[in-house]
Design a protein around this ligand. Structure first.
Ligand code: URA
Length: 254
């Protein structure tokens, strides 16, 4: 949701100040209704906005920020923690954007966490209905055999009672008392990977997310962050565009 004045300015209608004036003059309609408050918020992709009767083309190239973080253990994946624990924003000293994590990683999980101010991207990348694949490497206690890995592949019952959806699973290496296993899932219930391994009797000792869809943590160091490359950003934007199909109504919230 964005302020109407900002939407017009981003769409190149006029400067922020001039857009506010145009709105106050009653020249702007949103879904047919005249709106005179520049601060009223709308979803620009879900509304038909007109200035003097002419439709405003909302650019999907509006500047959004996309940051990949290699989250270390010990940080919570929220922007504010009432208990005063370290949060991921302690690792990213940016003050000029309102970034939110795309989904969550447990405090004791490491790896790829995307942060953005793009609500459409967040929706598509996290909602199970879009099935965006997340890849994890789990180091587990003991070495699961093919029978147990097949249970994960087919689906196991989680504590909530839900069955996990089919997963892609492969044993990477057995070390004797532990093993590392790669697991790809299209959903992201709370502590899902840990619960899945618990369900087959091989508790997780450490967990790292290596991929989110086409994004890969690559050689980004634990605790470091970077902006997405152009190719990565185009993929995220392509995903974000999928959400527009699902949004039909224009929700005014102020
Ligand atoms: N599954 C988990 O169990 N933990 C995470 O942090 C992410 C997925």
């Amino acid at each position: 949701m964005e302020r109407l004045g900002k939407i017009l300015a981003n769409a190149g209608v006029a400067s922020r100040r001039a857009s506010a004036r145009i709105i106050k003059e009653g020249r702007v309609t949103v879904d047919g209704e005249v709106i005179r408050e520049p601060g009223a918020r709308f979803d620009p992709f879900a509304c038909q906005i007109r200035v003097d009767g002419k439709p405003v083309t909302v650019s999907t190239c509006e500047k959004k920020t996309y940051i990949m973080l290699n989250k270390p253990k010990g940080y919570v994946s929220t922007v504010h923690d009432p208990q005063g624990r370290l949060t991921i924003l302690d690792l990213i000293p940016l003050t000029d954007t309102r970034l939110f994590p795309v989904g969550r990683l447990d405090r004791d999980t490491e790896g790829l966490l995307l942060l953005t101010d793009d609500g459409h991207a967040t929706y598509v990348l996290t909602h199970p209905r879009f099935g965006i694949e997340k890849t994890y490497v789990a180091v587990v206690k003991g070495t699961p055999g093919e029978d147990e890995l097949n249970q994960l592949r087919r689906g196991v019952r989680l504590q909530s009672g839900h069955m996990s959806s089919p997963a892609v699973v492969r044993l990477i290496k057995a070390y004797g008392s532990s093993a590392s296993v790669e697991i790809k899932i299209g959903e992201g219930r709370k502590r899902q990977v840990r619960e899945m391994f618990n369900a087959i009797g091989y508790p997780v000792k450490s967990l790292t997310r290596t991929h989110l869809g086409e994004l890969s943590i690559g050689d980004l160091k634990v605790g470091s962050w970077r902006y997405l490359t152009q190719t990565e950003e185009s993929w995220v934007r392509k995903m974000a565009a999928r959400s527009e199909e699902g949004i039909r109504s224009c929700k005014r919230i102020s």
